[in-house]
Design a protein around this ligand. Structure first.
Ligand code: AHM
Ligand code: MG
Length: 339
């Protein structure tokens, strides 16, 4: 009988990177450090009700949001992993007001910087609903040997070298891209390894799910309101009405739509005129993954997310992402109200 021989994250990364003849294995090593940190966070998330990790940490982050103990734990775990990897020169995190700059010699000479949301979906932490980690990897702009500055992080998403997320759901999965398609791994807790489960993930061009916080309906731009109504109208040819599915954790909502086809919308609203989600560590990485899986990610107004030039570390942007035909359609509605 053939034994159980899964392909592990490390094996697949090394295989994929061999497509780049000049790759020195640095990115592969960095992604595997990231995998270890994800396993540490997975372990904590899985025991959340049993150990003292639920609830507020007592601090408010730069976004004005209450930090949860798990937010802080995940932030520290990933930052430590990057610091000790020697392959990262600095990190921008949702939980840190400013860029975290590593000043030891090894890190100062490192080529990569990271943008991350260490634990996304904070409102779901205490109620056992899926949450996630989102990351984005860039080459630094400043010369190696110097300390990175905020300017290193003000890069367009189209400069990402790799991006991905970890979803702590009914199983824990890591999904990443280095620009060679979107690949998914499932954590096999019995051997403690992320094992290849979804090669070349492809999001259906047409989907039947729309994901948006409809509680904010009254605050939405008219184009979004009209698109929601379109989703709800009966039409056999386009399989409408579509299903509404909204978890409130970007990673989980995005992951479902990636697999099944659908659209995720977090538009600007009358109370959040720039939207809620952050360009650097939420939208750009998801946009890279969406496009690598055949989908689209825009701001709803014809602008590709990955072409937006960031001007602020914690910049927010409206976000339309998912099956390409659905994003096209939603943008048609948005266009009607363009001044
Ligand atoms: P967070 O980074 O503080 O967790 O906020 C981001 C989350 C996303 O995961 C999710 O898509 C969105 O906020 C949900 O927001 P809302 O509760 O307004 O629908
Ligand atoms: Mg977040």
């Amino acid at each position: 009988m053939k034994g159980y021989q899964p392909q592990t994250l490390n094996e697949v990364i090394i295989q994929q990177q061999s497509a780049f003849p000049y790759a020195k294995g640095e990115l592969s090593r960095l992604l595997s450090h990231l995998g270890v940190a994800a396993k540490i966070v997975h372990k904590k998330v899985n025991k959340a009700g049993l150990v003292d990790i639920l609830g507020e940490a007592g601090e408010i982050n730069v976004q004005g949001e209450d930090q949860k103990k798990l937010d802080v734990f995940a932030d520290e775990t990933f930052i430590n992993a990057f610091r000790t990897s020697g392959m990262v020169a600095g990190v921008a995190s949702e939980e840190q007001d400013n860029v975290v700059v590593f000043t030891d010699e090894l890190s100062m000479n490192a080529n990569y910087i990271i943008c991350m949301d260490p634990l996304d979906g904070s409102s779901n932490i205490d109620v056992n609903v899926s949450i996630g980690t989102i990351f984005s990897i860039y080459r630094r702009i400043s010369p190696p040997g110097t300390a990175v500055t905020e300017a290193d992080f003000m890069q367009e998403g189209n400069k990402q070298v790799a991006a991905g997320y970890v979803v702590y759901g009914s199983s824990t999965m890591m999904v990443y891209t280095t620009g060679l398609g979107t690949t998914g791994f499932t954590l096999d807790p019995s051997i403690g390894e992320f094992c290849l489960s979804n090669m070349f993930m492809e999001t259906p061009k047409e989907g039947t799910i729309y994901s948006i916080n409809e509680g904010n309906y009254i605050k939405f731009p008219q184009g979004v309101k009209d698109y929601i109504k379109y989703c709800q109208i009966e039409d056999k040819a386009t399989k409408r009405p579509y299903s509404s599915r909204y978890i409130g954790s970007l990673v989980a909502d995005f992951h479902r739509n990636l697999l099944k086809g659908g659209i995720f919308i977090y538009p600007k609203t009358s109370s959040s005129p720039n939207g809620k989600l952050r360009l650097l560590y939420e939208c750009n990485p998801m946009a890279f993954l969406a496009e690598q899986a055949g989908g689209r990610a825009t701001d709803g107004y014809g602008n590709r997310i990955m072409d937006i030039k960031p001007t602020e570390l914690h910049q927010r942007v409206s976000f339309f992402s998912g099956s390409s035909s659905m994003v096209d359609k939603a943008e048609e509605f948005m266009k009607k109200y363009e001044e």
